[in-house]
Design a binder for this molecule. Sequence first.
Ligand SMILES: N[C@@H](CCOP(=O)(O)O)C(=O)O
Length: 524
Amino acid sequence: MALSSLFHPSLSSLNPKPNPSHPNAVTKHRPAPIVKCATSSTTSSNSPPPLSPKVRRSADENIRDEARRHRVASNNFSAKYVPFNAGFDSTECYSLEEIVYRSRSGGLLDVQHDINALKTFDGAYWRQLFDSRVGKTTWPYGSGVWSKKEWVLPEIDDDDIVSAFEGNSNLFWAERFGKQFLGMNDLWVKHCGISHTGSFKDLGMTVLVSQVNRLRKLKRPVVGVGCASTGDTSAALSAYCASAGIPSIVFLPANKISMAQLVQPIANGAFVLSIDTDFDGCMKLIREITSELPIYLANSLNSLRLEGQKTAAIEILQQFDWEVPDWVIVPGGNLGNIYAFYKGFRMCQELGLVDRIPRLVCAQAANANPLYLYYKSGWKDFNPVKANSTFASAIQIGDPVSIDRAVFALKNSDGIVEEASEEELMDAMAQADSTGMFICPHTGVALTALIKLRKSGVIGASDRTVVVSTAHGLKFTQSKIDYHSKAIPDMACRFANPPVQVKADFGSVMDVLKNFLLKAPKDK
Ligand SMILES: N[C@@H](CCOP(=O)(O)O)C(=O)O
């Protein structure tokens, strides 16, 4: 059957690009005794599906059933683990159905897609396919991650997917912040925190937990899923596991995450360990534990996560009608996300959806800045640091797991690393909030990087710039309260806006209001 006949009529006009030399080629894994890199043995539903049902489904059918009914034959898209930076044809490779986090030499792994199979279709085809799925309730494409399923986890059965229709997050035009503080008119904030559990971690966790769901159905020895966390990863893990009925175990550094973040896994029924150490200590422990017990590791050391996270980059391009921004600024802690953005952009370039990629900036808190120090040394000397306490608590990490991935992403995108002091990040957060946002301190770190790069002229006034906001500001209300109460030692809190205490009588209220109105900015 011609591939084009498998597609929805609206897409069949876009003919697949013939690629005779690599007709959906899958390289076979050779060396024993590791594992076979075989593609999934299932009858997966990875062909682009019918986009939306024409008739309302019957009352006894849910959206999973409906997707099953519309299932069509499979394409040969596939992906596998290879050592980081080794390429799809690497002789060391592992099926995604294996439980493996590290290469034979102990290095990082990467999920590599069969790009030649994906190249069977041209950029216009992929753009139209992805655009056609936005904002629907069709299972699983209502998710901003699974709407790009062929590029994420092509072989998983739709039935195994655990999704909260994450992604499709707001790309906010930061008009007033851009104009008032930076003289910019093309500044955007990608609000990844406007998501199911309030952070970008949902994007990766839907992929990881879906794969675990599949492994458990295949009777693989996975009794639960565990992570170390500074708050957002644990929230996402526990929510997705709860939704699939899978036990989750989270290792949290005691007293180092916000209340809102702590209550998330508790409410979702995770087994929560509050450990008297920092994130790096928790990470070390979870790595040791997951090598002893049948607990699947959910940290981004596990490269599956990044497959979901990379879709935020694709989404940005999509939201700009496939025009490429000049700069994308990402806060960095464990450093998986900067690579995920790079990977998403690079795939779009490689598969012909766009012709270039943006320059990437990774922004770190000065109190937890190992990447920044490495960058400043001219990439000569990487040393983990002891991460000090920072309001940007989710990136309080001194020994980032994905350091090699981050360096690769930055070197290949003409990238830059910047840092933000506590005062700078808190001021930037308050300034952004005063223009109608409600951002997290990590986004304050990214905005500080932008402010510095604008001041030095590296980022131009008319450069289209996207700042990635990683979590919802409502998770970090205590830091905002401290700032606006001017209760932070050694910080001027220049943009604090504390409430005015006033007596409950008309005259007193009138007095403070008159005073306020005299000082209020007049209409332009
Ligand atoms: N900031 C993270 C720290 C864990 O990093 P990950 O890359 O493994 O998710 C968190 O929110 O826990």
